[in-house]
Design a binder for this molecule. Structure first.
Ligand code: ADP
Ligand code: MG
Length: 729
C-alpha cells in the first residue's frame, strides 16, 4: 500500500516536473517575446501608422479606419510568424474570469477556398453573443448582442497559438458589462482631476498616471490530493477538515527555503510571465504552509490589471504542468492564513514625480501632503464603497477573521506621518498667514524627509496602509479582479481632487495666496477626515466599537455591503465622473447578489453531499466496527469484564451517533432554508437569506464533521486531511 491513502502524484512524475529545463537565454532576452510591444510595433508597422497608434495610446485620439487596417495587418504578420493561427478578443466579464472566443485567421475567398485575413474592423470591434454573461438585467434576452472593443493601451499578446486582443465589453446600448471599461474611465477621471491640482505646483504637468503593483498570494496543493476533495474541486476551498496538529504556529514557512518542486514550478511560471511581458520580480513562501506569493514591478494600472488577470490563468496552467493545483480562493483552509492580493497604488506625473513620495523642496512637500490628505479624505468619504469593492462571498472569510484586514476600512500612516499631520492640523492660521507660503511650509512640515529614513513602521492589521511612497490596499481578495477596487479608489480620489481644486480656487478668488489657500484647505480636510486614521490593532474588539462611534462603515454582511452600489452618494460619484450610470451600478449590484447567492448555494450543496455521502457512511461503518467489538466482548467475557474492555468504545459509539444526528438535522435545515431562499423574488433578498440562513449553518455542520474526522479510523476516512493537503509538496 502506498504511504498515503490517496493517489499522490507519484515520485517519477514529480521528478520530471522538477526537471524543467530553464531557458538558455537571459530574462532580458525573452521578456515580452509574446507581446506586440513597442519593439514589434516599430518592426511591423509603417512609420506613419506607428505614430498614429502611439498617439492613440498616449492621448486617446481616435484611430481612423486606414490606420486600424494597417495595425491589424502588422499584428497579424507578427502573430503568424510566431505560429499563431487564431485571434480572440480577450475581455473581463463580470463573472470574474476572462472570456475569449477563438477565430481562425481565415476568410472564404469566394472561390471555394480560404484566404488568411485579419482586418482593422476585426481588430477594433467584435460582437460576441453576450447572453451567457452576467449583465444584471441590462441586456434583455431579445437583445443579446454585446460588443467587445479594442483597448489599444494594453498590448496584444499570444497565448499558445492565439493572438489575444485586450478589449472592453459593452452592451448593445453602450453599458459596460465588464471590469475594464469602468477602470479605464476612472483612470481618465483621476488623471484629469490630478493634473489640475499638480498645476498649482508645476505648469508642465500634462498627465497623471495611476500605478498598480499587485502582490498575489496563493496556495499549491498536490493534484492527486486535490482530486480526492470534492469541496476543493467545486468550491475552491475546504468546507471541512480538522486543523493539522502542526500548521503555521512555528512560523517556519514565511520566507523559508522554497521546496524543490515548488521552485521548479515558480521558475517555469516566471518564464511564462516574463515572456508575456509581466514583469514578475518577487517570489517567496507566505505565512501558511504551502502558501506562496508572487509580485511584479508596478505598472500603469490598466496594464497591471490585465497582467494580473493573465497571471491568474497562466498560474493555473503552469501549476497543472507540475501536478499541482493552485488555489486562488481567499480562504481555502480554516485556522490558517488566507490569501489576499495587496494592491499597491500611487499616482505619478508625466514629469516623473511620484505624488505620494514626500519630496525634497518645500513645494514638493506641500504637494505630497496635498495628495496624501486628499486620498485620506476620499477614503474617509467612501470607506463603505471601498469595502464593497473588495467584498465577495469568498473574501468574506478573510475579512474580519483574526489574520487579515478587518471589515472596516481605515488608514494606517505610521507614527511619523501622523505626527506631521497632527502638527499641520493644530497649526494656527497665523502660522501661515504671517509669513509667505513657503516659510509657512518650513515651519510646519519642513522636516519630513528625515522622517522617511526608517520605513519599518508597519501595521499588518491595516486594510489601507501608507508605505512610504504609495498606499497599500490590503483588503483586496486573492481571486478578485483588481479593477473593481482600483476603479472605486481612482473615482473617489478624482472626485475629491475636483472638490479640492474648487475649494482652493474659491480662496484664491478671495485674494488668498495660492500656497496659503492650499495649506488652509489641507488643514481643513485633515480635521474633517481624522476619523479614518487608525494606527492601532485593527483586529481588536475595541476598534469595532470605536469605529462605529467614528461613523465608519461597520457592516459585515456581504449582501448588505453590495447595496452601497445603489446609494445616492455612489450614484452621484460615478455619474458625475461619467464612469458608471445608475443603470450600470444597479446592474452590477444585481450581478453581485446573484453571484453571492450562487456561490453559497454551490457550497451548501457540496457540503450537504459530502456530509451525507462521504462522512456519515464512513462514520457509520466505524460505529458498526465498534458495535461488533462490543458485541463480541460481551459474548466472550463475563459482564463486568466485557464492559471494561469496551468502556471507551461505548462512549465513542454514542458520540458518533450524536454527531451523525446533528449533521442529519442541520443538513435538513440547510436544505429547507435553501428552498425558502430560492422562492424569494428579489436578488437582494435572496442573497441576504443565503447569508443569514444558509451560510450561517456551515460552521456548525463542519464542527460535527471535524469531530468525526478525529474519531473515525484514519484508514477509512475518505478525504485527504489538512496535514496532507498542506505539507505534501
Ligand atoms: P511588500 O511585500 O513589502 O509590501 P513587495 O516588494 O512584495 O513588498 O511588493 C510591493 C509592490 O509594490 C511591488 O509590486 C512594487 O512594484 C510595488 N510598488 C513599489 N512602489 C510603488 C509605487 N510607487 N506605486 C505603486 N506600486 C509600487
Ligand atoms: Mg505588500
Amino acid at each position: 500500500m502506498s504511504l498515503l491513502r490517496f493517489n499522490v502524484i507519484d515520485e517519477a512524475i514529480r521528478r520530471k516536473a522538477n526537471n524543467v529545463t530553464p531557458p538558455a537565454e537571459r530574462p532580458a532576452e525573452y521578456f515580452g517575446t509574446y507581446v506586440f510591444n513597442n519593439e514589434k510595433m516599430l518592426k511591423y508597422l509603417p512609420k506613419k501608422c506607428y505614430e498614429a497608434l502611439c498617439d492613440t495610446m498616449k492621448n486617446g485620439s481616435p484611430l481612423d479606419r486606414e490606420t486600424a487596417d494597417c495595425v491589424a495587418a502588422g499584428m497579424k504578420q507578427w502573430a503568424s510568424e510566431m505560429g499563431a493561427t487564431h485571434y480572440t478578443h480577450w475581455f473581463q466579464p463580470l463573472t470574474g474570469g476572462t472570456a475569449e472566443k477563438h477565430d481562425a485567421f481565415i476568410e472564404p475567398d469566394g472561390k471555394g477556398g480560404v484566404i488568411e485575413e485579419f482586418s482593422g474592423k476585426l481588430l477594433i470591434q467584435q460582437e460576441p453573443d453576450a447572453s451567457s454573461f452576467p449583465s444584471g438585467g441590462i441586456r434583455n434576452t431579445f437583445e443579446a448582442r454585446g460588443y467587445t472593443a479594442w483597448d489599444p493601451t494594453s498590448p496584444a499578446f499570444i497565448v499558445d497559438s492565439t493572438l489575444c486582443i485586450p478589449t472592453i465589453f459593452i452592451s448593445y446600448t453602450g453599458e459596460a458589462l465588464d471590469y475594464k471599461a469602468p477602470l479605464l474611465k476612472s483612470i481618465e477621471a483621476v488623471d484629469k482631476a490630478a493634473v489640475k491640482v499638480c498645476r498649482y505646483f508645476d505648469r508642465n504637468v500634462n498627465k497623471v498616471y495611476s500605478y498598480l503593483g499587485w502582490e498575489q498570494e496563493y496556495f499549491l496543493v498536490d493534484e492527486g490530493l486535490w482530486a480526492a476533495r470534492p469541496d476543493l474541486m467545486l468550491t475552491g476551498r475546504t468546507l471541512m477538515g480538522h486543523e493539522s496538529a502542526k500548521n503555521q504556529q512555528l512560523e517556519d514557512h514565511y520566507f523559508g527555503a522554497i521546496p524543490t518542486r515548488v521552485a521548479a514550478f515558480m521558475k517555469d511560471l516566471e518564464y511564462e510571465c516574463l515572456a508575456l511581458g509581466i514583469p514578475v520580480k518577487t517570489r517567496h513562501n507566505e505565512v501558511a504552509p504551502n502558501q506562496f506569493e508572487l509580485a511584479p514591478v508596478y505598472e500603469e494600472a490598466n496594464l497591471a490589471n490585465d497582467h494580473n488577470v493573465l497571471l491568474m490563468s497562466t498560474i493555473r496552467k503552469v501549476a497543472r504542468r507540475h501536478c499541482f493545483r493552485v488555489l486562488l480562493h481567499e480562504k481555502p483552509f480554516k485556522g490558517i492564513n488566507g490569501s489576499g492580493k495587496h494592491n499597491n497604488w500611487s499616482l505619478g506625473t508625466d514629469t516623473g514625480v511620484n505624488l505620494l513620495s514626500p519630496g525634497k523642496t518645500d513645494d514638493e512637500k506641500l504637494q505630497f501632503i496635498t495628495f496624501l490628505v486628499n486620498v485620506m479624505k476620499a477614503v474617509h468619504r467612501y470607506n463603505g464603497l471601498l469595502k464593497t469593492s473588495i467584498s465577495s462571498a469568498t473574501n468574506a472569510h478573510r475579512l474580519g477573521a483574526n489574520e487579515a484586514p478587518p471589515a472596516i476600512i481605515s488608514i494606517f500612516l505610521g507614527s511619523q506621518i501622523s505626527a506631521v499631520l497632527a502638527k499641520i492640523e493644530s497649526s494656527e492660521n497665523g502660522d501661515s498667514i504671517e509669513m509667505d507660503g513657503k516659510q509657512a511650509m518650513k515651519l510646519s512640515i519642513g522636516h519630513i524627509p528625515e522622517l522617511f529614513i526608517d520605513n519599518t513602521d508597519r501595521n499588518r492589521t491595516s486594510p489601507f496602509a501608507f508605505t512610504g511612497n504609495r498606499f497599500e490596499f490590503r483588503a483586496v481578495g486573492s481571486s478578485a479582479n483588481c479593477a473593481n477596487p482600483m476603479t472605486v479608489l481612482n473615482a473617489a480620489v478624482a472626485e475629491q481632487l475636483n472638490r479640492f481644486s474648487a475649494d482652493v480656487d474659491t480662496l484664491i478668488m478671495q485674494g488668498v495666496a495660492a500656497r496659503e489657500a492650499i495649506f488652509r484647505t489641507v488643514r481643513q480636510y485633515l480635521k474633517e477626515c481624522k476619523a479614518i486614521m487608525f494606527d492601532g490593532n485593527g483586529y481588536s474588539d475595541e476598534w469595532k466599537t470605536e469605529a462605529e462611534k467614528r461613523g465608519l462603515d461597520c457592516e459585515i454582511s456581504v449582501p448588505k455591503m453590495i447595496d452601497r452600489l445603489n446609494d445616492p452618494q455612489t450614484v452621484e460619484l460615478f455619474g458625475k465622473l461619467g464612469i458608471l450610470s445608475d443603470t450600470e451600478l444597479h446592474a452590477r449590484a444585481e450581478v453581485e447578489w446573484e453571484t453571492y447567492t450562487k456561490k453559497i448555494q454551490i457550497e451548501a450543496r457540496v457540503l450537504g453531499d459530502m456530509a451525507l455521502n462521504h462522512v456519515i457512511p464512513v462514520a457509520s461503518r466505524y460505529q458498526e466496527m465498534l458495535l461488533g467489538k462490543i458485541e463480541k466482548a460481551a459474548k466472550l467475557f463475563p459482564e463486568a469484564e466485557g464492559e471494561r474492555i469496551t468502556k471507551h468504545d461505548r462512549t465513542m459509539v454514542l458520540d458518533i451517533s450524536n454527531h451523525i444526528d446533528r449533521i442529519y438535522d442541520l443538513v435538513e435545515k440547510m436544505v429547507d432554508e435553501r428552498k425558502k431562499a430560492n422562492n424569494l423574488e428579489s436578488e437582494k433578498e435572496k442573497a441576504i437569506a443565503y447569508h443569514d440562513n444558509v451560510a450561517s449553518l456551515f460552521d456548525e455542520i463542519r464542527y460535527h464533521i471535524d469531530k468525526l474526522e478525529l474519531s473515525v479510523d484514519n484508514e477509512i476516512w475518505p478525504l485527504p486531511k489538512y496535514r496532507e493537503l498542506l505539507f505534501i509538496r
